[in-house]
Ligand binder design. Structure first.
Ligand code: 5RP
Length: 257
């Protein structure tokens, strides 16, 4: 690995514990102003001190994040779809690698839609993005998107998606937690981070997910709704940090909620 790539990776996943807590706030690119993310600057400000990186689009980065904030940025570079459009999987690159460099991004993120009508389009675009980002030492985070079909989140399907993403060159893969998650981790040769998905019933469920994911081999979380839609968002991200970085139990971490 070249120095630039190594340096960016080490800012995203710290070498002391090889773990990470990333705050995902990119949802507006296809969901619009969803609940508790209507005014992104207000959502981000209290949570940023507890995140190891922010995952977001260029529009939110430029307009809602202080340029003095010393945090690595994971720039979502895909889009072109919406929740009300004909196909959520019809996503392609909409932000260039040149723009990612201009914005001082530490990584670029792209969603793949395996098993959909746009599988080929998104996989080829991922390969092309890796080719270009690699030229400038920028890691690619591949997101194994499931669109509206949340029931797809099982180890067989996610294992397939994660492995394909890593084979196509993604340096990090983001996926969902599922039963037998350890199998997904074992068959993916690059670090995996987990999304939270739609808001879970209780805070303990969220902590349980984070705890299980890291204990089964995830490098950490790249979580959005279950943090900032929580009634105690700061408590939630702090509790997740305690699990991910301090190996705390769910019970111990829940004292922060
Ligand atoms: C959308 C994304 C989101 O960033 C991702 O789903 C993480 O957020 P959440 O924890 O809310 O699921 O990549 O494709």
């Amino acid at each position: 690995m070249d120095w630039g790539m190594k340096n960016r990776m080490s800012r995203l996943i710290k070498s002391d514990d090889e773990r990470a807590v990333w705050l995902a706030i990119d949802h507006g690119y296809f969901l619009g102003p969803l609940s508790k993310l209507e005014e992104p600057a207000k959502t981000i400000k209290p949570l940023a001190p507890y995140a190891d990186a922010l995952m977001l689009t260029r529009g939110i980065l430029r307009n809602c994040v202080d340029a003095g904030l010393d945090l690595p940025m994971i720039l979502r570079v895909s889009g072109g779809n919406s929740i009300v459009g004909p196909a959520l999987s019809n996503e392609s690159i909409q932000t260039s690698v040149e723009e990612a460099i201009r914005l001082n991004a530490s990584a670029v993120a792209f969603s793949i839609y395996v098993g959909t009508e746009h599988e080929h389009q998104t996989l080829i675009a991922l390969g092309n993005l890796v080719n270009e980002a690699q030229r400038y030492g920028i890691p690619v985070l591949a997101v194994t998107a499931v669109g509206k079909e949340l029931e797809k989140r099982d180890a067989r399907y996610l294992g397939l998606c994660c492995r394909i993403a890593s084979e196509l060159g993604a340096q990090i893969v983001k996926t969902y937690y599922c039963e037998d998650f350890g199998k997904v981790v074992k068959s993916c040769p690059v670090p995996l981070v987990v999304a939270g998905g739609p808001k879970l019933k209780t805070g303990m469920d969220v902590l349980g997910l984070a705890h299980a994911a890291v204990n089964e081999g995830a490098a950490g979380v790249d979580m959005g709704r279950n943090i900032w839609q929580s009634d105690n968002a700061v408590g939630m991200i702090r509790a997740i940090r305690k699990i991910v970085h301090e190996n705390a139990s769910v019970k111990e971490a829940s004292k922060l909620l």
